[in-house]
Design a protein around this ligand. Structure first.
Ligand code: C2O
Ligand code: CU
Length: 459
């Protein structure tokens, strides 16, 4: 029987419909690929970036708390890659660390990520292979896990902070990712800060609207000092995890690379008056986000928000008799480090520096055969993080949140990344309740690449 043109179209349509359904049942994709993007202010050319689906940040992934997230990573980059789901108490096999939890995905290859997101909050995903280069080129994106009953706000806005080193003449990314000066000092600092991948980020709001701001620092090394103008409110969560009670915003807050802060703020500026997210630098404050106040939503502010609901099954550390392990950060310029162990060999600082290895944990540069800590499931450890260097570090543990300990030995907030100033010591309490091999490293990615990383095993 000859098909008429109309029947052919319908048959084709039906086939497409089926194919569409089949695809919807499989994982969605995240393609790591080159793209071009207007990062610099108007008047400058676009910049060649690497991004998930060709954009930086990549798509905002959102799942309900307790739901599964499935994504097929498609690698269309000229380098191997992998995705780490930062801050998720994840199944170890899905943690995305080449050499520890998976093989790097070669160019042209794929990897299916499939995991449950047990905790509501603000997380992110980023490349964990050659990350000093791949994150600096734009391979990161936001991951939001929604509470079953979200707080009462008018807007829920992700603000992902990025930091780029751009050649002003060409507007291209400086390709010197393994620069020894950056590595041995504060890391690769950029000359262009973006929010959600744009130089200028603007939202229209109304007076007395209530906003949830999800701040994510995706910069490879920059510590942001942030404040608000024309907006006032509370910190309700750090690194995804709700605070026991909303904390009134301080005038400035620090956000280390990889850290997140969830704020609930009210627009208090009069219509037309300035309202900004401000980034402070040595020479003053700069508007990072512009909130244009047009009209009023209400005539008064709302009451103090309720705390966010706590995440389930967070282990409570019993720190009283938990053994303590010391994690001493060493190295970098202006340090007293005279040498360290690299691949089982003792080397002097100068020899290490010639190899581009500048940093150590406990006198050991980089990864070792055996884990730094070998813990049984459920065990509590106090970890004293001792910054014996002249630079700040943001130390991140995969697969867990630990509790910061206050100077009075009380338990502080849950975090997955802790910022230590030069010379500072801080204790955290960790309950090792997620089995697997987990990286522990500085999230100043030039430091990680030049030695400041180790790993722990939980069995
Ligand atoms: Cu944000 Cu080792 O990762
Ligand atoms: Cu560091």
């Amino acid at each position: 029987m000859d098909l008429t043109r109309r029947q052919v179209l319908m048959a084709g349509g039906a086939a497409l419909g089926l194919a569409g359904r089949a695809r919807a049942a499989g994982p969605g994709t995240l393609e790591a690929r080159p793209g071009r993007q207007q990062l610099a202010p108007e008047g400058y050319a676009e910049t060649a970036i690497w991004g998930y689906d060709g954009r930086a940040p990549g798509p905002e992934l959102r799942v309900a708390q307790g739901a599964r997230l499935t994504r097929r990573l498609v690698n269309s980059l000229p380098q191997p890659t992998a995705i780490h789901w930062h801050g998720i108490r994840i199944d170890n096999a899905m943690d995305g660390v080449p050499g520890l939890t998976q093989e790097a995905v070669p160019p042209g290859g794929t990897f299916d990520y499939d995991f449950v997101a047990p905790d509501a909050g603000t997380y992110w995903y980023h490349s964990h292979n050659q990350s000093t280069e791949q994150v600096a080129r734009g391979l990161y994106g936001p991951l939001v896990v929604d509470e079953a009953a979200p707080p009462d706000v008018d807007r829920d806005l992700v603000l992902m902070l990025g930091d780029w080193r751009i050649d002003p003449a060409t507007t291209e990314i400086d390709p010197d990712f393994a620069n020894f000066f950056d590595m041995s000092h504060g890391g690769r600092l950029g000359n262009l800060v973006t929010v959600n991948g744009q130089f200028e980020t603007r939202f229209e709001v109304r007076r007395y609207q209530r906003l949830r701001l999800r701040l994510i620092n995706a910069a490879t090394a920059r510590i942001f000092s942030l404040g608000l103008q024309g907006l006032d409110g509370w910190v309700v969560a750090l690194d995804g995890m709700p605070l026991a009670a909303p904390e009134p915003l301080a005038e400035r807050m620090l956000l280390a690379p990889a850290q997140r802060a969830d704020l609930i703020v009210d627009v208090v500026a009069e219509p037309g008056a300035p309202a900004h997210l401000v980034g402070f630098e040595r020479d003053g404050g700069f508007a990072l986000v512009d909130f244009a106040v047009a009209g009023a939503e209400a005539s008064v502010r709302r009451a103090v928000p309720e705390p966010l609901p706590p995440n389930p099954n967070m282990p409570a550390p019993s720190v009283v008799d938990a053994p303590r392990a010391d994690l001493r950060m060493e190295g970098g310029m202006m340090s007293g480090m005279t040498g360290a162990t690299l691949d089982g060999t003792e080397l002097g600082f100068r020899e290490l520096a010639q190899r581009g290895r500048f940093w150590a944990f406990n006198g050991i540069v980089g990864m070792t055969e055996a884990p730094w800590l070998d813990l049984s499931r459920g065990e509590t450890r106090r970890i004293a993080m001792i910054n014996d260097t002249a630079f700040p570090h943001g130390i991140h543990l995969h697969g867990h949140h630990f509790r910061e300990m206050r100077p009075d030995r009380g338990l502080g907030p849950m975090r997955d990344t802790v910022l230590l100033d030069a010379g500072q010591t801080r204790e955290v309490a960790l309950v090792a309740d997620n089995p697997g091999d987990w990286l522990l490293h500085c999230h100043m990615l030039s430091h990680q690449a030049s030695g400041m990383k180790t790993w722990i095993r939980v069995r």
